[in-house]
Structure formats: C-alpha cells, structure tokens
Design a protein around this ligand. Structure first.
Ligand SMILES: Cc1ncc(C[n+]2csc(CCOP(=O)(O)OP(=O)(O)O)c2C)c(N)n1
Ligand SMILES: [Mg+2]
Length: 530
C-alpha cells in the first residue's frame, strides 16, 4: 500500500502506466482526487462542455487511434450525461475506459439524498458496458484495470466502467502498474479452419462481408480476399480497411439492391467481425442462402440471426491468415459483373441523394486519403455510408448501431486530438449539430483546425420523410433553427456559406489549416445544388 498518494491519484497513475495520454471530462467536488492525480501527471485533460461530449470525444479518439478513449466523470449526472455516448461505443465495439466517482461505501444503495446520488449507479452502467465495477478497497484497483485491458485486448472491445466511492477515492492508494500486454486473442482451431477452407476452395461465388471487428486485421483481410478471389463488401464500420477502390471491393453497399442481389446468389459467404446487423442493410434480413462462415470474438455472433456452417471464435487476423494459407489461389471475380453492380448501385440514387453526392464529391476531393470524417445521423451521412470512398482504415466514423444524434462534432474533436496531423471533418445535420453544438467552445479553446460541414435543411429531414411516407402529419420535424453563421462566430469559430462546389472545396481545404474550427454550412436548397 502506498500511503503518500490517494486512490484517486493511483487511478490516474494507472492510466499513465497504461499509456493514456488524453482524458476527457468535467471536474466536480466528487472527483477532486482524480484531478489531484491529473495535475501531477503528463496526461492532457480536455475540459468539455457536457459529459456526453466527453464520451463521444473518447469514442472518436479510440476509433482514430485504436487505443481506449478515457473519460473522467462525476457521480450521478456526470455519469448519466455520458451514458448516451457510452451506449454508442458499446453498440459499435469501441474500447473506452470510464472512470467515475460514486457515493461513499456506507451510502451505497441507501437513497440518503446525498449530492449526486443514484441509488444504484452500477446498475445504470451495466447494460452500457462490458462491465461496471465498484472499487470497495484500493487493493481492488489493479485487478479492475487488468480486467478492463483484458476486455480491450482479448474480447470484443467495449466500454468498461470503474467507479470509486468517495471515501476510497480520498483514502490511501496503491502502486500503479502497466495492465496491458498480458493476454492474446484466441487463435482458430485447425479443424474449423480446414472445414472453412474446403467451402471456400470449392465456392462458385464467394462473398466476404468484413465488419469493424477486422480493424486490426486489414492486411490479412486484403491478402485473403485476393487469394480467395472473393468479392468484398465491407460494413460501414469497415470502410477503407481494404481500399474502397480495390478491384474486388463493392464498397460498403449492403444497403443497395444490386449488392444484396449478388449476396443472394453467393454459395459461400464469409462474415468476419460483423454482427450482420439490420443497420447495415435496412431490410428484414440479409438474403444469405449459401453456406456461411462466421469469424468473431463474440460467441453471440456465432449463430445470431444467420446460422453458420462453420463458426470460428477467434482473432480475425489469425483466422484470415490461416484460411489464406489453407487454400490454393483462386481466380479474381468477374470484373464485368462487378462493374455492372457498381453502375446499378449508382443508378439507384434519387434526386435528394444526388445533392448529397455533389457535396460528398467535393469533400472527397478536399480531404486527403488519411483524413477522417466523423458523421452524424443525417441523410447526407446515410448516403455517405454507402457512397463515400475511403482508401485507409480508421477514416469514417458513424454512430452506426445506437444511432445517436450529436455524435459528429465531439467525435471529430476526439479524433483530431488522437491524430493532430490528419485533417478532420464533422459531418452533421442541423438538428444533430444542436445536440452537442456547445463543444464548438472546446474546439475553439483548443484552436483546433476542424471542419464542421453542416448539412442544413431546417428539418429533421429523415423523420419528416418517414412521417410523410406513413401518412402521418409532420409533427416536430420543422424546427426554428438558429442563425448558424452567427452561432459559429459566437463560439469564436470561422463561419462559411459557400455558393459553389468549388468554393465548398476551398472552404474545406482552408478549414484544415485554419487557426480554429470552421463551420461550413451547406443548405439543401442552395442554388448550386439545384
Ligand atoms: C438522440 C437521438 N434522438 C432522436 C433520434 C431520431 N432521429 C434520427 S434522424 C433524426 C433527424 C435528424 O435531423 P438532422 O440532424 O437535421 O438530419 P437530416 O435528417 O435532416 O439530414 C432524428 C430526430 C436519434 N437518432 N437520436
Ligand atoms: Mg436536417
């Protein structure tokens, strides 16, 4: 036991020992001992304007860097405010370490009306995390940290919540240690690899669906796709893991008819690191009729929705390498057929989506290949999920499963902090931006050259369309918006409203090297998009 530092300081020392360089949060009287530790550490603390922002920033930081994003939160409202963002990270398998206070041990569960009290904070966090743990004595901290890194390193990465009661937090601490690197992901068993290889070797039409779970397996994925002659369809999370312009890739078009028709004809489908979730295809079910090989770290994905002929509970990279080694090279897929599918997918876009595409093309031309886009729940991002081409991994971040408005801006801030030399864009709709618009203050304070591309239709466009489509009168979908140009300036940001696509491209390029954030507003009814 180290008596000369508090447990709060020890928790921060643990972060430092684990290579954490940035944490996101808002201090409060409950978390002072974490800040005692932060003040003495080399860790950068990013002060945010709402804890939901801290959670999304930690998410963007994690997606950009591959390291767990970290937030430090006060008991009760701090934790609950971040809950939405933690739920998003849970849904998208993003590693995140959530450190918080909780009421003193004697008060837990008693409902005494203490400051910030929730009767059972752990129960609130449990469904949003891989686990939520209360540190009842300082000696439990090393085990909790080790268990957190075990989740990040060996399992399906997800948020972990560690809460420290006030009396423990200010009491004596423990020596910090490096909790990383002690474990490996499971490797595939030989029999399963042999069965899968047999199916793959003799397939007539082979499709690979790669999801976010293959993020650390991008080289083995590309090698496997090439050797097996498969057609690759990445999920939205997996955009750019294999460059979208690879001749065997159809891009993330699982929501498009021609791609789904092809999938329906495949006699063998390999799904790696994906839930095959409905938010990829928006239909009742994927038309998988062939034999399915599933590779995943989560046992629940071995049979969920689509039973597998062969299910391999193992690391994606190790499994793809083993499969590639076990097969003889197969011919590349029919290029003409792929060209036909790509053309059919493009022809599917309707007039509104064609406006999105004009803007997305301008964005693509302004943004370097390693540039990152954090997108929101807006129609232009839905089009982008399918249409936007990514050539590198970790360049397109969408709040895919949970589908949370307000993600884009704070996630972009987190991504930019993780990779300051890369250009970053937040792509948000008018309603989505307002959920977390106060984080413009955080970005401006950091003098961060961030482009905030605002798609403004003065509407909850998607929902308005859904209401009309179902014969429901439009209720609460046409808000009275603020003057976004003035709003941006009030937050010490630059504000632009381009009047041509060329001006839009230039505004984006300028934003990437500006002395602070730039809000670039494109109105859906702009003349240059007509
Ligand atoms: C936190 C949250 N609340 C509500 C919704 C439901 N929702 C999905 S899209 C949408 C409209 C968003 O409007 P906007 O950001 O302007 O994008 P647009 O559809 O107009 O492009 C709403 C309300 C949601 N996804 N998340
Ligand atoms: Mg809108």
């Amino acid at each position: 036991m180290v008596m000369n530092q508090t447990c709060g300081q020890s928790a921060i020392a643990f972060l430092e020992a684990n290579g954490v360089d940035t944490v996101f949060g808002i201090p409060g009287v409950h978390t002072l001992d974490f800040y005692r530790g932060l003040a003495q550490s080399a860790i950068r603390h990013v002060g945010v304007r709402h804890e939901q922002g801290a959670g999304f920033m930690a998410d963007g930081y994690a997606r950009a860097s591959g390291k767990p994003g970290v937030c430090v939160l006060i008991t009760g409202p701090g934790v609950v405010n971040a809950g939405t963002a933690i739920g998003q990270a849970f849904s998208d398998s993003v590693p995140m370490l959530v450190l918080s206070s909780v009421n003193a041990r004697d008060d837990l569960g008693k409902g005494r009306g203490r400051l910030h009290e929730i009767t059972d904070q752990q129960a609130v966090m449990a469904p949003l995390t891989a686990f939520s743990r209360t540190i009842m004595k300082p000696e439990e901290l090393p085990r909790a940290m080790a268990d957190a890194y075990a989740v990040f390193e060996t399992g399906r990465p997800r948020p972990v919540h560690i809460e420290i009661p006030l009396d423990v937090l200010s009491g004596p601490g423990v020596p910090a240690e490096d909790s990383r690197g002690r474990r490996r992901r499971p490797v595939p068993d030989a029999a399963s690899v042999a069965s899968a290889a047999k199916l793959i070797q003799t397939a007539k039409l082979l499709v690979v669906i790669a999801g976010g779970g293959s993020v650390e397996a991008v080289d083995p994925l590309k090698a496997f796709v090439e050797k097996s002659g498969a057609i690759l369809v990445p999920t939205v999370a997996a955009k750019g893991y294999v460059p979208d312009d690879h001749p065997q890739s159809l891009g993330s078009t699982l929501a498009q008819k021609a791609t789904l028709a092809l999938l329906g004809e495949a006699d063998v489908v390999v799904a790696v690191g994906t839930e095959l979730a409905e938010t990829e295809h928006w239909t009742a079910a994927l038309p998988i009729k062939g034999k399915l090989v599933r590779i995943d770290l989560d046992p629940r994905n071995m049979s969920r929705d689509y039973p597998a002929a062969v299910a391999i509970l193992a690391d994606a990279g190790a499994t793809l390498k083993a499969l590639a080694a076990a097969i003889k090279p197969r011919p590349a897929p029919d290029a003409k057929r792929l060209a036909g599918i790509r053309a059919a997918n493009l022809a599917e876009w309707r007039p509104l989506q064609r406006k999105h595409i004009a803007v997305l093309d301008a964005l693509r031309s302004a943004l370097p290949d390693d540039g990152m886009v954090a997108s929101d729940m807006t129609q232009i991002a839905y089009t982008g999920n399918c249409y936007f081409r990514c050539q590198r991994p970790r360049t397109w971040f969408h709040p895919q499963g949970f589908g949370t408005l307000g993600y884009a801006l704070p996630a972009a801030i987190g991504a930019k902090l993780a990779a300051p030399d890369r250009a970053v864009v937040a792509l948000a709709g008018d309603a989505g931006l307002l959920f977390t618009v106060q984080e413009l203050a955080t970005a401006a304070e950091l003098r961060m050259p961030l482009a905030v591309l605002l798609w403004n239709n003065d509407a909850l466009g998607q929902i308005a369309g859904d209401m009309v489509g179902r014969g429901i009168p439009e209720i609460a979908v046409k808000p009275r918006n603020p003057d976004f140009q003035a709003l941006a300036r009030a937050f010490h940001c630059h504000a632009r409203q381009p009047t041509s696509l060329a001006e839009l491209t230039q505004s984006l390029k300028d934003a990437f090297s500006a002395d602070g954030p730039t809000v670039i507003e494109v109105r859906q009814d702009a003349a240059f998009l007509a």
